[in-house]
Design a protein around this ligand. Structure first.
Ligand SMILES: Nc1ncnc2c1ncn2[C@@H]1O[C@H](COP(=O)(O)OP(=O)(O)OP(=O)(O)O)[C@@H](O)[C@H]1O
Ligand SMILES: [Mg+2]
Length: 271
């Protein structure tokens, strides 16, 4: 499968601490890739360095065939990689809607596969704007339609955000905040969604919903790079997974195979 993101031999240090030591991973287009590993393994560091939040010492990151190793966060976001950080980083003093609006900061007119366009927008735009890209059909949307589409999509996935649209974000529950964080990332029309422990600290029912949503988004054509400590759940929805231990990849493989690897689950994932 065509590669969307390719990280090659990445090294990252915090002063004397070598957090990543030669990491190579790949996200094929349309896939869900999981990064597993215990506390301090370097999972968040990997995500931060490939989205431009912290610099790497050596190694390369390629996205859609282009070298983005030294690109700024703003550039990387505008290019279609949305990062939902650990701890969510919601703006507490803003409403739910205002938080979502911030996520749309970088949107532009674009073409999307019809299944990624909300039914209401598809109906309004009609078939006149369908273009063919090889065998694939795409719907051309102007910037305003992209905004409306993304918002309709977020409200459809998370009806609770629509109910609470004018409520201050600080008043949301933990689960609702995670939904808002994912929703805000979706407002930017990501091609690749990078999620850092989306299930952390949430009740089992909410965790289940978050994993369902990730699967659903993948069905809309969004590729996902998912960091999780909830290994078994992550392996259920992922195509392929990497296990990180003190800055190195100690295991990788097809998610279904790893899910049945008792030794792995016991040794690295503590379960
Ligand atoms: N800003 C920083 N300054 C110094 N050391 C850091 C910094 N951020 C992370 N580290 C160290 O780098 C290593 C990897 O941290 P990282 O946050 O990437 O791990 P993680 O796998 O995401 O862990 P967790 O599961 O706890 O989120 C750890 O040893 C951590 O202490
Ligand atoms: Mg982390």
């Amino acid at each position: 499968m065509e590669s969307l993101l390719k990280v090659n031999d990445l090294y990252v240090s915090y002063g004397p601490i070598k957090a990543l030591r030669g990491i190579s991973i790949e996200v094929p287009k349309g896939s869900i890739i999981a990064i597993l590993g215990s506390n301090g393994a370097g999972k968040s560091t990997l995500l931060k360095s490939l989205t431009g939040l912290i610099p790497s010492e050596s190694g390369t990151v390629h996205y859609q065939g282009r070298d983005i190793t030294k690109s700024s966060v703003e550039r990387i976001t505008a290019d279609g990689i949305s990062h939902v950080p650990e701890g969510r980083e919601i703006f507490n003093d803003l409403t739910v809607y205002e938080n979502l609006k911030i996520g749309a900061f970088t949107i532009k007119a674009t073409s999307l596969p019809p299944e990624a366009v909300h039914a209401s927008i598809r109906k309004r735009v009609g078939s006149s704007r369908i273009t063919k890209h090889g065998d694939d059909e795409q719907l051309r949307l102007n910037k305003h339609e992209v905004y409306e589409n993304n918002l309709a999509r977020v409200y459809e996935l998370f009806p609770v955000l629509k109910e609470r649209t004018n409520q201050l974000a600080s008043t949301l529950s933990g689960g609702e905040m995670q939904m808002l964080a994912i929703g805000r990332a979706l407002m930017g029309t990501p091609t690749l969604l990078v999620l850092d422990e989306p299930s952390l600290g949430l009740a089992p029912l909410i965790v289940k919903r978050i994993f369902e949503v990730i699967k659903q988004l993948n069905g809309y054509g969004i590729s996902v790079l998912l960091v999780e400590q909830n290994a078994l759940q992550a392996l259920k929805i992922a195509d392929y997974a990497y296990v990180l231990q003190v800055g190195e990849i100690v295991k990788k493989g097809v998610a279904k195979v790893l899910a049945n690897d008792r030794e792995l689950i016991e040794a690295y994932l503590g379960k």
